[in-house]
Design a protein around this ligand. Structure first.
Ligand code: DOR
Length: 437
C-alpha cells in the first residue's frame, strides 16, 4: 500500500519510550502521522541514517529584546539562532522596553511574532506590583507560558521586590509564576562589594545569600498559598539542597553556563562577557549543580539567552550589562556533556523535552509519538565542532563558548513538519506557531 507524507525521516535512531530505536517517521502536515517502516516512494525523504532523532528541543528562557533593543536581537534573529542550534520551541521573556506587562503589549508581541519566528514560541507575562488583576486572567491567553517575576533587579525595569507584592503576584496568578530569585534588599546593601573594573567581584556583590534569601522567601509564599512556582537559573548549592526538600509546589531550572563555566576561571578568561545575573560561581556550586542533574533534582534547562552588544559588554565593570547569549549553544553544549558521560541522553530529554511539557502544560510536544506535533531535532552524535563567534546568528555576534570544542551537534531541525535547518543552513522561512497549553 503506498502511503503519502509531506516528509519522511528515514532510518534514524529515534528517541521513543526512553530508548533509541531505528524507525522511520512519516510526517503529514504538522503532525507525526506514522512511526514504523515507511515506503519512501513518492515521499520527500530526509536520510537520518547513523543520526539520532530527538523530540524537538525546548529552551524555556530566552530574551529577544523586541520591542526596545532590537539592535541586540529581535524575534526573527533570536529564533533563527534557536533553530540553528536545534531548538524548536522557546519561552521568551518580558523585560523588553516597554515591558510585556499588560494585555496590550502581550498582544502586540504575539502579532510581531506572527510569520517571523523560525521556532515555535510562547511569551512570559511580566509581573508588576500593580497588575495582579490581569495576572488572574491569563488562563486562556494564547501563547502565554506563565508569569515572570523579577524579585531582584536585572536588565530592564521589571521588579516586584516587596514581600507583600510578591505574595500578591503568587497568590493571584492563575498561571505558573517563574521567578528571577535574588533579594533586592541584599543587592542594594552589598553594592559596596562592587570593585570598579573587576568583574571578579560580581558574585561577591550578588552573593549566595542574595539568591538563597529570595528563594527561601518565594518557596515559603508558594507553600503558604499552595501555588506552583518555578525558580529560574538556580546557581548555588544552598538553593539546590533547599529546593530538593520543597518540590511539592516548586520546580526549578539551571543553565548550561552554570554547568560548564565557573569562577574564577570564567572571569579570568571572559572578563565582563561572563557577567550575568545570578552570577557564575565557584566550582563547588558547579559540582553540586551536576549532582542535582545526576540525581534528577533539576527539572528543566533554560539558556537565559540574554544578548548584549559587544560595545556595551566592553565598558568598565560595573557599567556593563549582565547576560550572555545561549539559545544557539544550549543544545550543542549539553549533548557534548552527554557524550562525555556527565548525564544520560534520557536525563537530557527529561530536562529539555518532557519536563517543560509536564511542568508548563505544553500540549502535543516533548515526545516522538503518533499524532504529536512534528518538531524534531536530528543529531550527529559524532560530529566534532569548535564553536566560534562567527557561527553565532544572534545579532550580538558573540558567545561565551568561543573556541569551545563539542562532540555531538544538531544537523537537522524540523519545526511543525518542515525541515527548517539542515547542516547549519536555514532552508525555509519557517512559520513558527504559538505553543498550546
Ligand atoms: O544576566 C541576566 N541578563 N539575567 C537576567 O535575568 C536578565 C538578563 C537580560 O535580560 O539581560
Amino acid at each position: 500500500m503506498s502511503e503519502n507524507y509531506n516528509l519522511v525521516i528515514k532510518n534514524g535512531h529515534c528517541y521513543i519510550d526512553s530508548k533509541l530505536i531505528k524507525k522511520d517517521i512519516g510526517i503529514l502536515g504538522d503532525k507525526i502521522k506514522k512511526i514504523g517502516k515507511i515506503d519512501q516512494k513518492d515521499n520527500k525523504v530526509y536520510d537520518a541514517t547513523d543520526k539520532v532523532v530527538l523530540p524537538g528541543i525546548i529552551d524555556t528562557q530566552v530574551h529577544f529584546r523586541e520591542p526596545g533593543s532590537t539592535d541586540a536581537e529581535d524575534l526573527e534573529s533570536g529564533s533563527r539562532a534557536a533553530v540553528l542550534g536545534g531548538v524548536t520551541s522557546l519561552f521568551e521573556m518580558p523585560n523588553t522596553n516597554p515591558p510585556t506587562a499588560n494585555l496590550i503589549e502581550f498582544e502586540k508581541k504575539l502579532q510581531a511574532a506572527k510569520n517571523r519566528m523560525h521556532s515555535n514560541y510562547a511569551f512570559y507575562f511580566g509581573a508588576t506590583p500593580n497588575n495582579t488583576e490581569q495576572l488572574a486572567q491569563l488562563k486562556n491567553v494564547e501563547g502565554c507560558c506563565g508569569v515572570k517575576l523579577f524579585a531582584g533587579s536585572s536588565t530592564g525595569n521589571l521588579l516586584v521586590d516587596k514581600e507583600a507584592d510578591i505574595e500578591k503576584v503568587i497568590s493571584s496568578s492563575d498561571r505558573i509564576v517563574s521567578i528571577h530569585s535574588e533579594d533586592e534588599d541584599i543587592i542594594k546593601l552589598r553594592k559596596k562589594f562592587i570593585k570598579k573594573g573587576d568583574v571578579h567581584s560580581h558574585p561577591e556583590w550578588r552573593n549566595v545569600e542574595c539568591a538563597m534569601s529570595s528563594t527561601r522567601r518565594v518557596v515559603k509564599i508558594a507553600e503558604r498559598f499552595n501555588k506552583r512556582i518555578h525558580v529560574l537559573h538556580v546557581t548555588t548549592k544552598e538553593e539546590v539542597d533547599f529546593l530538593a526538600m520543597h518540590k511539592k509546589n516548586v520546580s526549578f531550572e539551571t543553565t548550561p553556563q552554570h554547568l560548564t563555566l565557573y569562577a574564577p576561571d570564567c572571569y579570568d578568561k571572559l572578563g565582563t562577557y561572563a557577567q550575568m545575573n545570578p552570577p557564575l560561581r565557584t566550582k563547588d556550586h558547579y559540582d553540586r549543580l551536576w549532582v542535582a542533574i545526576k540525581n534528577n533534582t533539576v527539572d528543566v534547562l533554560g539558556s537565559d539567552h540574554a544578548p548584549h552588544l559587544k560595545i556595551n559588554k566592553e565598558k568598565e565593570y560595573p557599567n556593563t550589562p549582565s547576560g550572555m547569549p545561549g539559545v544557539q549553544t544550549i543544545f550543542p553544549v549539553m549533548i557534548d556533556h552527554v557524550n562525555n558521560g556527565k548525564l544520560s541522553l534520557s536525563q537530557l530529554m527529561n530536562l529539555m523535552c518532557e519536563n517543560p511539557c509536564k511542568i508548563f502544560g505544553i500540549k502535543n510536544k516533548g515526545y516522538i509519538k503518533e499524532n504529536f506535533d512534528a518538531d524534531l531535532t536530528v543529531v550527529d552524535m559524532n560530529k566534532e565542532v569548535t564553536i566560534k563567534n562567527e557561527m553565532i546568528a544572534s545579532k550580538c555576534g558573540w558567545t561565551p563558548f568561543h573556541n569551545y570544542k563539542v562532540k555531538g551537534f544538531p544537523v537537522g531541525t524540523i519545526v511543525n513538519g518542515k525541515l527548517v535547518m539542515v547542516d547549519g543552513k536555514i532552508l525555509i522561512e519557517s512559520k513558527g506557531k504559538p505553543l498550546q497549553f
